[in-house]
Design a protein around this ligand. Structure first.
Ligand code: ZN
Length: 64
């Protein structure tokens, strides 16, 4: 069941859903990185506290 195309899908840093880059309607650049969101709601949450979400993602990577 794990047959996602990771090259096309990117994780929504807020809720953890995978978003298809070519179909994403909600994306924005922060600190030189483009983030994709499943919804406008998630994008708004991200920009409420962008450091929380971007740091969170980096911390996850280093602990795995
Ligand atoms: Zn989301």
């Amino acid at each position: 069941m794990e047959e996602r195309e990771y090259g096309k899908e990117i994780k929504d840093p807020v809720c953890g859903l995978y978003v298809n880059k070519s179909e994403a309607e909600n994306f924005s650049e922060y600190d030189g990185v483009t983030y994709y969101f499943c919804s406008l709601e998630c994008m708004n949450l991200f920009f409420d506290d962008p450091d929380h979400y971007s740091v969170c993602e980096a911390a996850k990577k280093s602990s795995e």
